[in-house]
Ligand binder design. Structure first.
Ligand code: ATP
Length: 807
């Protein structure tokens, strides 16, 4: 039945994929089929064994009856009757003689393999070796008989006859011996050594017998043991193959087939004898000194002579600002107002009861600005029902900024955040002084503030790797930026981090001018390090892109994957400064009022920002972007995708909240530094640490008064679009958008750069340059002061003609 199925399968395969099916006809049986087929083979094996066994005693008597085979009326003495007698006659008398017993064993074994789904390769080996043994034994037995008998069977006798005719009796005996040796060598990996050991052990035995007082040396005993075991093994293996088809466990060097079967049943037996036999062989591991490459050697020597490279050496006396520069507030520390707690609790319970929502338990966690009430509703209450009551609960608590978290991730409760009547200030001093910040080993640690459970919240900017900050005006963005910069100033040496500050408002970051030569980076030709002019931002961003490319080149040459690996290698003096290597400080680009920048410079800013955001993380350039208006045309998809870490201060609408956080919540904050932080998954509500302008001033003054580098850190030069206009006359150097711009100008009949800026979303510089090119092409007239330029081409047809004539 099984075969039928297989056949069927094969034929369908042949039709579908004739080549493959022809190559490898597969015999795939289902488990049921395996059981049926396997048990059939086992029974066949047993039946064969019974037939063979009884043939020894009844073979002669059945001889005459067999001549009438398959006559049904004949009676047979064989225990398996007619068929048993016939098969035994075939295998034993006409075949291989008594060694044919091995076939019954092999058929039995095949049944076991098929039933238990064991490896086919092993079974194949059993059959090959088994058949060879049968042949050898048959010839061996035939060697000693002079007529047909059941010992070696007809084949054994005839083969002997054949050999003896050609190579004589001695030749046949030697051939048999050779067969045995080849078998032992191939099957049991017996080598010449084995015989030498066997001989020497026999010699020692003999000597011991002669000298009974000899000490019972443990080691010798082991060797003896193993050797005699080995000798036994060869002997017993031989016997097993001959007489017992079932596997037996005797020692480690049993025949492979027996051993393998045992491993599957009792794996521990396999290793036992090995442990006994092997303690004698000890492997001595010689310690090898690692070869050092030449650069390693040189680096080691340099480090030995000069110590590790210290990037802070130039400003070795630099002192980090001390804590006293930060203000201590009186109303710090959380005070528990029992009355307020009780009141809020009652109101929550009451409001929920009004909507028939029962509560099993309620727990409060008091934070600096909000208190989190964690409730467990009665069984069967829908979470969405509570979430929908957000406004009703806010109304009954008469409080702004209620946020419902249903459910709190990982807790299985529902959270209701209620603002405290009296909020406490989280001072910058308290978060900077916290152990969490002081002991952090992060690369760019930032202490943002405190969580709702009053824990200091410290994150690594290097891991973020870029940060997007949004919030309506007056909600604490600038304070947040100052908190970030202050954190870094308290933890990082001027050699380790540089800031690129963009401040279109011109007033927010001016205080940091004082630390220009310590911590700021700027373009080589610019006067101020803090960029307040939007047109200069484009150059700076492009310069940062060049810096990024340069750094990647350096990393590539140094075989490093990121800046920390590179700097570590540089400090260990494995990178030669003469090859252009240098210690790389982190660069943090801070852009305040990003919306303003996008409005004025559009794509010209977005493209390098997106490029930096995508690629700069590994080489230590990190971006912090703040904006008042988190609308989709400011925070575009490409920017959002590359800023997984986001901070939202209070925003005015749900839409804004969704733009920045991909969900609501920021519209329910209470302002004044109340913020939500996300790094891709959970939202964490934080109270931002407060650092006031006088504090920042004190810190920058403290740093600014210390010895500084001769200049700010210089970024690579960027030859911007402000280059001379002479080139523009050349047609091939025209802007890519030249034709489009010309069409806009001609259609509108208005030669103004701002029109191009608006329509093509260009920066001022580029639009101005296109206007110059249009002038050179004779499309617009010369500059006329505040008035728009005159358009010299009346319509698009004329424009087409003009441009075609040019070529
Ligand atoms: N973490 C804070 N803790 C306490 N008060 C804060 C906190 N952050 C901000 N405030 C208060 O809010 C005011 C406005 O903050 P900030 O100047 O940072 O707002 P902003 O979002 O930068 O506004 P704009 O966008 O107009 O510059 C601060 O003067 C301060 O009184």
């Amino acid at each position: 039945m099984a075969k039928k199925t297989t056949k069927k399968k094969n034929t369908t395969k042949t039709k579908a994929k004739p080549k493959r099916a022809f190559k490898k006809p597969s015999l795939i049986l289902s488990n049921q089929q395996k059981l049926i087929f396997g048990s059939l083979l086992i029974i066949l094996g047993v039946l064969l064994f019974i037939s063979f066994l009884s043939f020894i005693f009844t073979g002669k008597e059945d001889q005459s009856a067999l001549s009438n085979f398959p006559e049904r009326s004949e009676t047979y003495k064989n225990w398996a009757s007619q068929l048993g007698a016939w098969v035994s006659e075939l295998f034993i008398s006409n075949g291989f003689g008594l060694p044919s017993f091995i076939f019954s064993g092999l058929i039995f074994l095949s049944g076991v393999y098929v039933t238990l789904n064991l490896k086919k390769e092993k079974l194949r080996n059993h059959w090959i070796w088994g058949t060879l043994i049968v042949v050898w034994l048959s010839i061996f037995f035939g060697f000693f008989t002079h007529k047909f008998d059941i010992l070696g069977g007809t084949i054994g006798f005839e083969m002997n006859h054949f050999f003896q005719d050609y190579i004589g009796k001695i030749g046949t005996a030697l051939l048999l011996l050779f067969g045995l040796i080849a078998y032992l060598a191939l099957r049991f990996k017996v080598t010449g050594d084995t015989f030498v050991k066997l001989f020497s052990s026999a010699k020692r035995d003999f000597q011991n017998d002669m000298n009974p007082n000899a000490e019972d040396d443990a080691q010798t005993a082991i060797i003896d043991n193993s050797l005699t075991e080995e000798a036994e093994a060869i002997k017993s293996a031989f016997e097993i193959s001959l007489d017992k088809p079932e596997p037996t466990i005797s020692n480690h060097s049993k025949p492979k087939e027996e051993k393998e079967l045992n491993i599957e049943v009792e794996p521990q037996i396999k290793s036992e004898p090995q442990v006994e036999a092997e303690p004698e062989i000890k492997v001595e591991v010689e310690s090898v000194e690692e070869e050092q490459s030449e650069t390693d050697n040189l680096a080691a020597k340099l480090v030995e002579d000069f110590g590790k490279f210290d990037p802070t050496l130039e400003l070795s006396n630099f002192q980090f600002p001390h804590l006293d520069l930060l203000k201590k507030y009186d109303n710090e520390g959380i005070s528990i107002d029992q009355e307020e707690l009780e009141e809020n609790k009652n109101r929550i319970v009451e409001t929920l009861n009004n909507y028939k929502i029962g509560i099993t338990s309620i727990k409060a966690t008091i934070g600096p600005t909000v208190t989190l009430y964690e409730i467990v509703p009665d069984a069967g209450i829908r979470i969405s029902k509570i979430k929908n009551l957000e406004d009703d609960i806010a109304l009954s608590l008469a409080a702004l900024g209620i946020r419902i978290i249903a459910p709190i991730p990982g807790k299985g409760t529902i959270g209701i955040e209620v603002p405290n009547k009296k909020s406490t200030i989280v001072s910058m001093r308290s978060v900077i002084a916290s152990q969490k910040f002081q002991k952090s080993d992060m690369q760019l640690p930032i202490a943002f503030g405190k969580t709702i459970s009053n824990e200091t919240f410290v994150v690594d900017l290097a891991k973020m790797p870029h940060l997007l900050m949004a919030g309506a005006t007056g909600q604490g963005k600038s304070v947040g930026l100052n908190a970030v910069l202050t954190s870094l100033l308290y933890k990082k040496h001027p050699a380790e981090v540089k800031f690129v500050l963009v401040d279109p408002k011109k007033v927010e970051l001016t205080l940091f001018n004082k630390i220009e030569r310590h911590y700021l980076a700027k373009l080589p030709d610019s006067e101020d390090a803090i960029i307040t002019d939007n047109t200069k931002v484009i150059n700076t961003l492009n310069s940062l892109c060049i810096e990024m490319d340069n750094r990647y080149e350096m990393l590539k040459n140094a075989f490093c994957r990121n800046i920390s690996e590179y700097n570590a290698k540089f400090k260990a003096r494995k990178l030669n400064p003469n090859d252009g290597h240098q210690f790389l400080p982190y660069i943090v680009l801070v852009v305040d009022e990003f919306a303003d920048l996008i409005m004025t410079a559009g794509k010209e800013v977005e493209t390098p920002i997106a490029r930096l955001a995508q690629l700069a993380r590994a080489i230590g350039i990190h971006l912090i972007i703040a904006t008042q208006r988190p609308s989709v045309n400011v925070i575009t998809g490409i920017i959002k995708a590359n800023f997984p870490a986001r901070i939202a201060f209070r925003v005015t609408s749900k839409i804004d909240s969704r733009t920045i956080l991909d969900g609501s919540g920021a519209d329910q904050l209470i302002g004044r530094g109340d913020m939500l932080y996300t790094q891709g998954n959970d939202l964490i509500r934080l109270q931002c640490a407060f650092v006031d302008t006088p504090e920042v001033e004190k810190i920058t003054e403290f740093i600014g008064s210390q010895k500084a580098y001769p200049d700010a850190h210089l970024l690579p030069e960027y030859v911007g679009e402000e280059g001379g206009t002479n080139l523009d006359i050349d047609i091939s150097d025209r802007d890519k958008l030249f034709r489009e711009a010309a069409e806009i100008i001609v259609t509108a009949q208005q030669g103004s750069a701002s029109l191009l800026q608006r329509k093509l979303k260009l920066g001022y510089n580029r639009a101005g340059r296109i206007i110059d090119q249009l002038e050179a092409a004779g499309i617009v007239g010369p500059f006329e002061g505040s008035k728009a330029r005159q358009v010299l081409v009346p319509d698009l047809v004329a424009l087409d003609q003009l441009l075609e004539n040019e070529q």
